[in-house]
Design a protein around this ligand. Sequence first.
Ligand code: HEC
Ligand code: HEC
Ligand code: HEC
Ligand code: HEC
Ligand code: HEC
Ligand code: HEC
Ligand code: HEC
Ligand code: HEC
Ligand code: HEC
Length: 416
Amino acid sequence: MKQNIVPSLLWLCLVLLLIPGPVMGDNCIDCHTEWEEGPESPSSLFESDIHHRAGLGCSDCHGGDPKLDDMDEVRESKNYRGVPEPKEIPKFCASCHSDPAYMIKYNPALPTDQLDKYKTSTHGRKLLQEGDEKAASCISCHSAHSIESPQIPASNAYPLNLPTTCAKCHSDHEYMAEYGIPVNQFDDYTNSVHGKALLINKDLGAPACNDCHGNHGATPPGITSISAVCGLCHALIADEFSQSPHKNAFDDRGYPECESCHSNHLVEKPSLDWVGTSDSALCMNCHSVDDGTAGLEVADKIHGALVDLNLAYEQADAKITEADLKGMMTTDLQFMLKEVKQAIIKANTAVHAFDSEKVLNVTNPGMEKSELVYQAAIAKVDDYYFRRKGLGVASLIITILAIALYFKLKSIEKRS
Ligand code: HEC
Ligand code: HEC
Ligand code: HEC
Ligand code: HEC
Ligand code: HEC
Ligand code: HEC
Ligand code: HEC
Ligand code: HEC
Ligand code: HEC
């Protein structure tokens, strides 16, 4: 037994040495913690930084010898890099993050392409090629000393926090004035279906700014690739659109694809009136009766088909509710009604073919189904009245029998 203790202790020491943890005996942190004040100082921010948790210290980024206990000597020590200039920061961070051999030791799944992509972004081109320090660098989105994994709610780059991170610059009129680009992206976005879904309903499936612009390659998607960006999530709709007469017509004329009808940042919940020939219809923005295209004729047919199907759905739904309130079993009908709902969703997708035949191919079966459900619901309601009538007759007969019985008993009593 005793012989085994020594190797076990050695193993324990080895394991303790291998566990990454806060660096021990690191004079950088010790001394900086001592003299720096306030929660915003590098040393106190760094306590919750992912690099700290990974066992890295100040010297891994700033260089210098962490065993020295004098800052002047630190500055003289080898590899001391000091505080990087804004223009140097991307390379500064990339010295590790673009080195797969280094990063694999910590987190093999982490991409190592951030600098490459950043270089292609408007931010990267502005900062690295034009020396414009107002463009976002790595620390604008990740911070310098409280860096977290973007998967964690504490990160500035976490989906729920990211729009505010971008808005710090992009909603600042003064800051952005010299560029002459709009500063309404954040306001529009927060009022959009996407912004509400993400920021209010916390639906992480809804896009934050980076889902459309890329994390590190932030550029406006080109006019002809917007459908691909929206299609990341709305794939079926993007498919219909790309086969529609609008795809080439829009690209040739420089109309931004989905954006022409839905906007980019203020995407709203669509309504039935969007398609058609009324004043509020989108189709009227570009088409007129005498523009020589079938545009408005198609718009009118699609509108009619959508309105009919939605109305048929509502009527069937109302009849089912009526039967339900009367205590009739309606589970089977509700199930069938879901198929009508599916047809509506498919029709809203098919709208993007801008071809009335394709829409009717979906709405016609939907109409048949909803008629079936409606008739079945009427039958249930009728059944209820029939049963109630039956119940009424039955109770009448029982009452008459009871009265007859009563008088019969009375007459027997009198006789005896
Ligand atoms: C004995 C205390 C002490 C130690 C040890 C120390 N620092 Fe400092 N450091 C300071 C002080 C104080 C300043 C503020 C500037 C000054 O007055 O010298 C400073 C400034 C800095 C700065 C700002 C840039 C500059 O050059 O002034 C950086 C970056 C920095 N230290 C990093 C480090 C790193 C990395 C280590 C460890 C390798 C380290 N420090 C070790 C006390 C220390
Ligand atoms: C992940 C890399 C990284 C680590 C680790 C790191 N720093 Fe920094 N540090 C930076 C960057 C980048 C800047 C430049 C910030 C800027 O320009 O706003 C900076 C700036 C500074 C400055 C200048 C003043 C300031 O507040 O911006 C000081 C002082 C400093 N760091 C000290 C430290 C100390 C002390 C530690 C350890 C507790 C540390 N840093 C750890 C990247 C790092
Ligand atoms: C000395 C090497 C080194 C430097 C320099 C460095 N990092 Fe890191 N970084 C790491 C390591 C190691 C991790 C931990 C990976 C892990 O555990 O997931 C990390 C993690 C991260 C993460 C979290 C990744 C994730 O999702 O888990 C971000 C974000 C990050 N670093 C950004 C930066 C930024 C911004 C800079 C420059 C200011 C920087 N890093 C400088 C080594 C470095
Ligand atoms: C305009 C904002 C922005 C800038 C600038 C930026 N990042 Fe990021 N970064 C993000 C976002 C957003 C994510 C989260 C991606 C996700 O959710 O998958 C991210 C993710 C990361 C990750 C985690 C791994 C990954 O690639 O998903 C690392 C590491 C990282 N960034 C490092 C850097 C470095 C290094 C730079 C500078 C060269 C940089 N970032 C510049 C916004 C930015
Ligand atoms: C530190 C400030 C800052 C932050 C933070 C920032 N940006 Fe920028 N961004 C700029 C500046 C400055 C430009 C250059 C504008 C120009 O040249 O038109 C720019 C340009 C852009 C462009 C290109 C605009 C065009 O018309 O070419 C896009 C897209 C963009 N940013 C998206 C984002 C997104 C998305 C985020 C957040 C993930 C973000 N930015 C965070 C400052 C910032
Ligand atoms: C649903 C996708 C989507 C989301 C989410 C999104 N954008 Fe955009 N953004 C676009 C499209 C599309 C364009 C226009 C591209 C074009 O017309 O060439 C654009 C353009 C821009 C531009 C260029 C200037 C302009 O307004 O035309 C900036 C800057 C920008 N977006 C920033 C942001 C910021 C910041 C957020 C988050 C608050 C954000 N975007 C969210 C799709 C999106
Ligand atoms: C990251 C995924 C994603 C991207 C990219 C995306 N969307 Fe969405 N979109 C969603 C989600 C999720 C919803 C549902 C939001 C909700 O709960 O109402 C939605 C809702 C919508 C709606 C409203 C649907 C309805 O019935 O209320 C429209 C219109 C829309 N998106 C258009 C677009 C356009 C146009 C683009 C490109 C500029 C785009 N989306 C990019 C995920 C995305
Ligand atoms: C010519 C105008 C136009 C273009 C271009 C357009 N849409 Fe639509 N979109 C509409 C109309 C009209 C509706 C409403 C249909 C309805 O409510 O019945 C709609 C509805 C939607 C919906 C909601 C569907 C639902 O189930 O309620 C989404 C999501 C959507 N569009 C995304 C996109 C995407 C992604 C693109 C680009 C690939 C795009 N749209 C291009 C006109 C357009
Ligand atoms: C942003 C402008 C724009 C909007 C909005 C728009 N269209 Fe179009 N549409 C066009 C252009 C441009 C053409 C190509 C016309 C040509 O070839 O001369 C076209 C062609 C068509 C065609 C093919 C016509 C033919 O004769 O081959 C149909 C059908 C059509 N649109 C239906 C619609 C419907 C339905 C709507 C409303 C939901 C709509 N469009 C909204 C611009 C638009």
